[in-house]
Ligand binder design. Structure first.
Ligand SMILES: [Zn+2]
Length: 383
């Protein structure tokens, strides 16, 4: 059985002897007499790195052995040097130990249990079996960061079954033998098989990104350590860019954004009012003494106003009424009729108008590129 070295989480290079190597698909499964590579477990992925110059793509457990998934074979009996990818391992430990720390604080404060944990590539989720009030969450986040600043020791132990009976610890599984206990001094005691930082200072920072209702409890999205720092740096860069766009100091951008939204709402209302009045003017000037099909040309109106005009214009014709509103490429149109089967005429109309669109027998809506005189010609002939 592989001697496991990852209880010392700072150990990332080690020497070992290859005990077996066998092909598995296009890769090789290699075992060592001792290894600092962590096989996936406890929500944490298997380590990656190098054994001599051979890439280790993943590490997992098989029949009690730590199996290294390698890109090339190494003969059994060879003395090798193993090197765990220290950056990836550190980031995973920061997120995982950070989760233990925050969860420990929350558990002590609220009694809630952790009923789900996912160490993803973009964030870490942890599920609580209760609804945590925002103020409590903010307080717990702060206390967890204070515990980081206090640089508390994180220790690994394997208590015997007698001591386990009296030990209070968080655990998702009912285990009585070989239970690996991860203790953050004074904050949390939890059963977990994964490597953890040696002291809380190594976590660097814990940031709760968001909280949402989930299965009657709360799902928290968090990030810790270097991953959290990089996210914060990216967000700060975005804020600086927004600040430059708004010509406002970063501390004023919220206020400035609210002001812009209010201004925008007021402008929209003003524009709607102008449109309504324009549509009303067009409606009051509508005339069609022949009651044949006819057109109205306009510009700068939205579809709702065009429809209002069409609904009135259609009353003045025994054929069809076309409302054409100029846009940057040609025209938006609405054609209405109470007597013609517009839907079945739609293809023919669009082809004549160099346009596209559709609708019902009573109303077609679309856009077209034809010249104004050509449009008048097409619409007049509708009967
Ligand atoms: Zn854990």
């Amino acid at each position: 059985m592989t001697e496991r070295l990852y209880d010392n989480s700072k150990l990332t290079t080690f020497e070992a002897t290859v005990t077996s190597c066998s092909p598995a698909g296009k890769y090789y499964e290699l075992t060592l007499d001792r290894s600092a590579f962590f096989p996936e477990g406890g929500g944490q992925k298997g380590d990656v790195g190098l054994i001599d110059s051979v890439k280790v793509l993943d590490t997992y457990e098989k029949n009690g052995e730590v199996v290294h998934k390698c890109t090339a074979p190494i003969e059994a009996g060879m003395q090798v040097c193993g090197e765990v990818d220290a950056d990836i391992r550190l980031r995973r430990m920061q997120n995982h130990s950070g989760e233990h720390l925050l969860m420990g604080v929350i558990h002590r404060k609220t009694g809630f249990e952790n009923v789900g944990f996912h160490l993803g590539s973009d964030d870490v989720t942890l599920d609580l079996d209760g609804v945590i009030p925002t103020e409590t969450l903010i307080e717990c986040e702060f206390l967890a960061n204070k515990a980081i600043a206090a640089d508390l020791p994180v220790t690994i132990s394997y208590p015997d079954s007698e001591s386990l009976k009296t030990l209070e610890y968080r655990s998702k599984l009912e285990m009585t033998e070989n239970v690996r206990i991860v203790t953050i001094e004074g904050v949390d005691v939890c059963a977990c098989c994964a490597p953890h930082v040696a002291s809380t200072g190594q976590i660097g920072i814990i940031k709760v990104l968001s909280a949402e209702s989930y299965k009657g409890g709360t799902r928290l999205h968090i990030l810790c350590g270097l991953d959290a720092f990089e996210l914060i740096r990216n967000r700060m860069d975005e804020l600086s860019a927004i600040s430059r766009l708004l010509s406002a100091k970063p501390e004023k951008i919220l206020e400035q954004t609210k002001r812009l939204i209010d201004e925008n709402d007021a402008l929209k209302r003003q524009l709607a009012d102008i449109e309504q009045r324009k549509a009303a003017r067009i409606i009051s000037s509508l005339s069609n003494s022949t009651r044949g099909s006819f057109c109205v040309f306009t510009e700068g109106l939205n579809t709702a106003s065009m429809r209002d005009i069409a609904n009135e214009a259609v009353k003045l014709t025994d054929g069809a009424a076309g409302i054409f509103c100029q846009n940057e490429n040609g025209w938006n149109y609405i054609i209405a009729s109470d007597s013609l089967p517009l839907r079945s005429m739609s293809a023919q109309i669009n082809s004549a108008l160099n346009g596209k669109g559709g609708g019902s027998d009573k109303m077609l809506q679309g856009s077209c590129m034809a010249e104004r005189t050509a449009i008048e010609d097409v619409i007049k002939k509708l009967h």
